[in-house]
Design a binder for this molecule. Structure first.
Ligand code: NAP
Length: 390
């Protein structure tokens, strides 16, 4: 596995292990679907395993906005103040899940999907109690981006059984085994409830409440103004999904009993770094200018894709299809996207609502000092007559 991809996964996991980070409630915004889709034909009884960190709260909000009834199952450790009026069942996915017994729901949405054995256990317990099991998987099931326009039929990562057996909790999940474990979680649910599983493979999930700051880095950085180090070229493809669009579509999947495997991301090739940063500028106003620095120069100066320049990775070699994973299948089934500027504006607004201590240190992206150094090196290196600003 290429180091860029490992870094991406490591950073995805960094978010996963921040469970219980104790973020204040965000101003949850009305789900787009609530405004655009026709009303559901009937009110559903839904269960979410999780529901209180990032994707979970947005999914709960989206379901409530459609008039559905929600039950949450978790340990009560992560943001327990959320949703005081909803039914909460307590238990531990690694221990006692008996609170799930003796009840029925139309569908269950599982966000806590890191260990195949744990997913299989809940899917088996719920097999006769729910009509549909939604697994929040990941685009990381694919071991590389070798194909341009890769769809759901592409091969997924694998892991020898003896290594799977060593994974007891999500703390044993690493950048190297995350994707294969996600694929095994999908298969475990399908084994327990054949033909009744929706395996959703999101790309980078962004927006308000994102604990990782990967997308957040950009609107925040642009809002600080001045010269912004922009990686590669404005034409480089990137791909991500607004958490609220994903949440609305998860609800669409349960309302319409959509089963099968779906990549859930922006349409392939629809977002470039240039478009993304332009949206950040629109959202933030201010005086920021972008200086585009080529990938090879960044590599020589040890500026890492994903970690230092989040969201971006050069589309070369095994990553040639980066930013161009096909999401046609999900789009055909109702996945919709809000304008980029809305994502940038709302993410910035949410970030500004956080306590000063949390805002003081972004969890992703290059530090201001390093950014200055790299820009200075670039300006010394390039002739003044060849400006690359935007
Ligand atoms: N972030 C990305 O860019 C990205 C990209 C692709 C896929 N994904 C996937 O998207 C999903 C995102 O999940 P999320 O964290 O945002 O979901 P979430 O539903 O908002 O939060 C996770 C929930 O799991 C519960 N939980 C944690 N440990 C538990 C345990 N031992 N027993 C019972 N419940 C437990 C937490 O509550 P308690 O702590 O109170 O128990 C919390 O409610 C993940 O599956 C991730 O792999 C993410």
């Amino acid at each position: 596995m290429r180091s860029t991809r490992r870094q991406f996964l490591r950073h995805t996991l960094a978010g996963a292990t921040m469970l219980g980070a104790g973020l204040p409630p965000s101003p949850l915004l009305p789900a787009l679907a609530a405004r655009s889709a026709p009303p559901p034909s009937r009110k559903l009884k839904l269960l979410i395993l999780g529901g209180t960190r990032f994707l979970g709260p947005h999914t709960v909000e989206a379901a409530l906005a459609r008039g559905h009834q929600m039950t949450l199952f978790n340990r009560g450790k992560t943001n327990p103040q959320l949703f005081p009026k909803l039914e909460k069942l307590r238990g531990d996915r690694y221990g006692d899940i008996s609170a799930l017994r003796g009840r029925t729901w139309d569908a269950v949405i599982d966000t806590f999907t890191y260990v195949p054995r744990v997913v299989e256990r809940s899917a088996r317990l719920l097999a006769d109690a729910v009509g549909q099991y939604v697994v929040i998987s990941s685009i990381s099931v694919y071991p590389n981006y070798k194909l341009i326009g890769m769809d759901e039929t592409a091969p997924v990562a694998t892991l020898p059984p003896e290594q799977v057996a060593k994974v007891k909790t999500h703390r044993d999940v690493t950048g190297d085994n995350y994707g294969a474990l996600k694929a095994l979680c999908e298969q475990a649910a399908e084994r327990a409830m054949p033909g009744r599983v929706t395996n959703i493979r999101p790309g980078l999930i962004v927006g308000p409440r994102d604990p990782s700051d990967r997308f957040t880095y950009w609107p925040v950085r642009v809002s600080r103004g001045g010269e912004v180090l922009a990686p590669g070229t404005p034409r480089d493809f990137v791909q991500f999904i607004d958490v609220r669009d994903l949440a609305a579509w998860i609800v669409t999947c349960v309302e319409n009993r959509i089963v099968g495997i779906y990549n859930a991301d922006a349409p392939a090739g629809s977002i470039t770094m240039g478009r993304m940063l332009a949206a950040c500028k629109d959202a933030a106003a201010g005086n920021a200018t972008c200086t585009w620095v080529p990938a090879d120069f960044l590599a020589r100066h040890k500026v890492r894709p994903w970690a230092d320049m989040p969201v971006w990775s050069p589309a070369v070699g095994d990553d040639i299809g980066f930013g161009r994973v096909s999401t046609r299948k999900a789009v055909k089934c109702g996945l919709k996207f809000r304008p980029l500027v809305d994502t940038a504006r709302d993410t910035l607004r949410w970030f500004r609502s956080l306590p000063a201590k949390r805002r003081g240190h972004l969890r992703a992206g290059i530090t201001p000092e390093r950014e200055k150094q790299v820009l200075a090196a670039w300006h010394t290196h390039t002739p003044a007559s060849a400006p690359a600003r935007g």
